[in-house]
Design a protein around this ligand. Structure first.
Ligand SMILES: Cc1ncc(COP(=O)(O)O)c(C=O)c1O
Length: 344
């Protein structure tokens, strides 16, 4: 089976740049971005800052680095970050907050996007020398391990109130904030208004090959530039990559609705087998195989035999993801394969 024949549902990071995106990359004006001389990077940063109604933004090589730069901006070494136990920043970033920022992390029980602001408020520890002071709260929009769930705007507003009352910062890991914007129709500026810092990814659903941005005030982004360089994230003629990001913003945001509709079709195909972990809101379809005869590895292996790739997240949890490189025909093929394998 060729790569083209495989239906790859492992992640929305597996997409390849489209012809139009490659043309934009080739045509990009570039300069040395560590000197601030790359016009395409500068344009991307200004554009993304404006999209979220913030003063400034900084291009970073990855979502993980963008998150970690933002966390170092809002939590000094030794002080505390609060987030949920399934958050990307404490699950998949390999201890970076502790290793690079000296940040102490404390988590509330994983509930995906279904956050109770009162629970978070009760966890906050005040400033002082007798306990670790809380400096920031981080949330994830949409929530990756929470099955692509969208945190409601009302909850985010309450969390902003909690952060303000306690004098702590609110960070958004917005790797897929575009999906939340499309699913709930909340303007990006409205999300931007609620957070002190955001990290947003161009290389997930938007289909760019590389790149994320940290978004915040001019003062924070000035400091972020230093932190990025310290972490080895200063890039030179990065305009080639920024051009892909600008193209993605212009062409690939509204179409996320198609990914959501295709994810809903996959969910419908697997639902009769009792393996759907939660209601599907965006482009992620989380599977809970606790009650199924197949475990996650067995399901993935059987699907692979028939040309469908899925992610194994745990012994009995798996995930399907829709993205730019899938069309309706691929989703139909995958739905049929998964239904056949789950029925066996
Ligand atoms: C919610 C979330 N945040 C951050 C990241 C990190 O992005 P990267 O892989 O570019 O470091 C991911 C990656 O999938 C993610 O899902």
């Amino acid at each position: 089976m060729t790569v083209a024949e495989l239906v790859d549902l492992r992640s929305d990071t597996v997409t390849r740049p489209t012809a139009g995106m490659r043309e934009a990359m080739v045509a990009a004006e570039v300069g040395d971005d560590v000197y601030g001389d790359d016009p395409t990077v500068n344009a991307l940063e200004a554009e993304v800052a404006a999209l979220f109604g913030h003063e400034a933004a900084l291009f970073a090589p990855s979502g993980s680095m963008a998150n970690q730069i933002a966390l170092q901006l809002v939590v000094p070494p030794g002080d505390e970050l609060l987030c949920d136990a399934d958050a990307h920043v404490v699950t998949y970033e390999i201890g970076a907050a502790a290793a690079y920022g000296g940040i102490s992390s404390r988590t509330w029980s994983a509930v995906g996007a279904d956050i109770d602001p009162e629970v978070v408020a009760r966890m906050i520890r005040p400033d002082g020398y007798f306990a670790v002071p809380t400096r920031a709260i981080a949330v994830e929009q949409t929530h990756n391990r929470g099955g692509g769930g969208v945190i409601p705007l009302a909850t985010l507003r309450e969390l902003r109130g909690v952060a303000d009352d306690a004098g702590v910062a609110l960070h958004c890991d917005g790797a897929r904030i575009w999906h939340a914007h499309v699913a709930d129709g909340v303007p990006l500026t409205e999300y931007g208004r609620l957070f002190d810092t955001l990290s947003v990814c161009l290389s997930k659903g938007l289909g760019a090959p590389v790149g994320s941005l940290v978004v915040g005030s001019a003062e924070k982004i000035e400091r972020a530039r230093m932190i990025r360089k310290r972490m080895g994230g200063g890039m030179r003629q990065a305009g080639i990559l920024a051009a892909a990001g600008r193209y993605a913003l212009a062409h690939h945001v509204d179409r996320l609705a198609e990914d959501h509709a295709r994810a809903a079709r996959l969910a419908e195909a697997v639902a009769p087998f009792g393996v759907l972990a939660t209601t599907v809101r965006t482009n992620l379809v989380p599977l809970d195989l606790t009650k199924h005869v197949l475990d996650a590895r067995a399901l993935a292996a059987a699907a692979r035999e028939e040309g469908v790739l899925i992610s194994v997240l745990g012994p009995r949890t798996a995930r399907l993801v829709t993205h730019l490189d899938l069309d309706d025909e691929a989703v139909t093929r995958a739905s049929n394969v998964l239904a056949r394998v789950l029925a066996a």
